[in-house]
Design a protein. Structure first.
Length: 135
């Protein structure tokens, strides 16, 4: 626990001396997300998007948090923003597909795009299995 608090403090102090650094905001937000500080992570990802509105990693992070919170329309919007910059990212398409399903919208194109883009055989098999199920 002490090491985690020391790392958090270090990141925050570094960010305080470089408040306009998108990379530092993303590092802190990612750290907060991985340690289940979702609201804090969302705040920091939001700050990153205010510094760089087109940053796909900030939008991805916000999308994941809103998905976790079952705020699927907001997750959709964040994943869509990230896809504008990273249209060939398989995992973004996968996240979009899962979100579209939760919104009861047509997710097939997103599933197919994720399948076409991924080189991970296990992920390909999981997508194939999912696509074989009746929807």
């Amino acid at each position: 626990e002490g090491g985690i608090n020391a790392l958090d403090l270090y990141i925050r102090r570094t960010l305080a001396s470089n408040p306009d650094s998108v990379a530092l905001h993303l590092n802190l937000a990612d750290w907060l997300y991985r340690h289940d500080y979702r609201q804090d992570a969302a705040d920091v990802y939001s700050k990153a998007t205010s510094l760089d509105p087109n940053n796909p990693m900030a939008h991805l992070g916000l999308g994941l948090i809103h998905y976790d919170w079952e705020e699927f329309p907001r997750a959709h919007d964040e994943f869509a923003a990230a896809l504008k910059s990273l249209p060939d990212d398989a995992l973004l398409h996968l996240n979009m597909a899962m979100t579209l399903e939760r919104l009861d919208r047509d997710a097939l194109p997103s599933w197919q795009r994720a399948r076409a883009l991924t080189r991970d055989q296990q992920l390909q098999e999981k997508i194939d299995s999912h696509l074989r199920k009746p929807h």
